[in-house]
Design a protein around this ligand. Structure first.
Ligand SMILES: *Cc1c(COP(=O)(O)O)cnc(C)c1O
Length: 505
């Protein structure tokens, strides 16, 4: 195991992996672990995508959120795995694999035994013994079920882990923090489930009153733990987000010694935890001796960016498919170099309803050869919609394909796949499957479609596709509609929200 500077390695790996299907064959990247002096671990540092914030340790990165220059934190060096090292991971249990992937990032701040404990607890609440099982959905096409966690969406992979990690780091520092977040649906419940058992966290989640589905609301509001507070804000999702932003900017309303911590998808630990299942799926399908491709239902670009990192860490991936719904800014960007924000469309796949994707900045940083100034000036220029340099776009297209799927087609795909295989897709996953089928380059290499949610979470789309099909929540949630709820309805007023929080703490 070794770390090396990501900039150079990225270029050589990218070029090589297009020719061969295993490993970069080019000039060996500098491998710190091979240097005679360093049997001590070298801790990965984290730097901002805009180049002007101080670099941070792993623990500080996880507890920080946005960098002070407005950028996102990324590792300065990426761990690299050779073909032999990946081959040796074949057949590992999900938790052990997670340890091997995460340890090089975290080793500066988290002892190995502690990390094992964090991972064990994070993935003990998944219903399937494989944690992330693969199901075949077509010829050489697979669905990776990422909805076996407590809230039935892939966000549990990151947030179960993040809750445990927070609790560990905070106990070491003897600190108690306040998690505050806004949700349009899936993130809130996953964050609450991730933090409900944490001793050193109080969590406040704002959702737009009467604008999330009943399943989504109940998944949040039926958690009656003393440290969990749900606020139904009289406004829309943007109002919730603005409220959270304003609270982070001025935290003086909090009691002494408390600070806010973010759990949104810009948190590095979330991305990192998601790298694991790319390795897991690919290993199960024959990597590193076989190239494996992925199609990812995409909103904020966190999930698919984890796949991009897996590729840079040595996993043989040729194609990553960005699957979008009608909110298609990323598809327009990759296909036409059109990154202009458009009005939000409410779709049948609401967890992908976004105007701009926050984690795309992390990719830009890499494509601009890790030049923070270039990224900062690209994003600062508000005079016209962002345009990528032609060579940057070219580099993106070597890895990423993209496809937009509208609601009508989403419904058809759910129906077609159910009729031909008996397998029921949720609307987000259906978009990924359709995008894979329309864009895949190779029939020989396995295509893995990430199933980001359980279909019972989105009954409206399923009912449109299959009006007579009865769809049931898994047993642990069967009584969701009978459980008691607790939440506070508040006006869209910063002072009122802060009063509520200060009183609760
Ligand atoms: C959050 C979410 C997505 C989008 O993931 P990103 O990491 O934001 O791209 C897709 N599907 C479901 C079900 C989600 O909850």
């Amino acid at each position: 195991m070794a770390a090396n500077p990501t900039g150079r390695a990225a270029g050589s790996h990218q070029a090589n992996s297009l020719i061969g299907n295993c490993l970069p064959a080019g000039p060996p990247a500098p491998r710190l672990g091979n240097s005679p002096k360093s049997d001590i671990e070298i801790a990965v540092k984290f730097i901002s995508t805009r180049g002007r914030a101080p670099s941070l340790s792993f623990a500080d990165t996880v507890l920080t959120g946005l960098a002070s220059d407005g950028g996102l934190y990324v590792p300065e060096t990426l761990p690299q795995f050779s073909g032999d090292e990946i081959r040796a991971m074949a057949g590992l249990d999900y938790r052990e694999l997670a340890f091997r992937i995460i340890q090089p990032f975290a080793s500066g701040d988290v002892a190995d035994d502690d990390l094992r404990g964090i991972i064990d607890r994070a993935y003990s609440n998944f219903r399937h013994p494989a944690v992330a099982p693969l199901v075949q959905s077509g010829p050489n096409e697979w669905v990776l079920e990422l909805f076996q966690g407590p809230t039935l969406a892939f966000k549990d992979f990151a947030l179960q882990f993040l809750g445990q990690l927070f609790d560990h780091l905070l106990k070491e520092r003897n600190e108690r923090v306040v998690v505050m977040g806004a949700t349009s649906g899936d993130t809130g419940s996953a964050a609450i489930e991730g933090c409900r058992h944490c001793d050193n966290i109080d969590i406040f989640i704002l959702h737009p009153h009467n604008r999330v589905s009943e399943v989504q609301r109940r998944q949040m509001t039926t958690v009656l733990s003393d440290n969990v507070f749900n606020i139904a804000l009289e406004g829309n999702f943007d109002d919730c987000q603005n409220m959270v932003k304003a609270s982070f900017a001025d935290q003086s309303f909090l009691p002494d010694g408390r600070r806010l911590v973010a759990v949104n998808s810009i948190n590095w630990a979330r991305i990192m935890a998601q790298i694991v299942y790319y390795f897991y799926a690919a290993l199960n399908l024959g990597a590193p001796d076989r190239t494996v491709n992925f199609s990812v239902p995409t909103g904020n670009f966190g999930d698919i960016f984890a796949g991009y990192l897996a590729r840079k860490m040595g996993l043989p991936i040729d194609q990553l498919v960005i699957a979008t719904n009608a909110n298609d800014i990323l598809h327009r960007c990759i296909s036409d170099n059109d990154h202009s924000p458009r009005e939000l469309v409410h779709s049948l796949s609401p967890s992908m309803d976004i105007m701009v994707s926050s984690n795309f900045e992390r990719l830009l940083f890499d494509l601009y050869r890790r030049d923070g100034e270039a990224v900062a000036s690209l994003l600062a220029d508000r005079s016209a919609p962002m345009q990528l340099d032609p060579d940057v776009l070219q580099r993106a297209r070597e890895v990423f394909s993209s496809c937009r799927v509208d609601d009508a087609r989403t419904v058809e795909v759910i129906r077609e796949v159910f009729q031909s295989t008996g397998y029921l897709l949720d609307p987000h996953t259906a978009i990924g499957v359709e995008a894979a089928r329309r864009t895949r380059h190779s029939a020989v290499q396995p295509m893995v479609c990430l199933a980001t949610a359980h279909p019972a979470k989105f009954p409206e789309a399923v009912a449109r596709a299959l009006p007579t099909h009865k769809i049931e929540l898994p047993p642990h949630m069967a009584d969701l509609f009978e459980r008691a709820e607790r939440y506070k309805v508040l006006p869209n007023d910063l002072g009122r929200v802060h009063d509520f929080m200060a009183t609760a703490l």
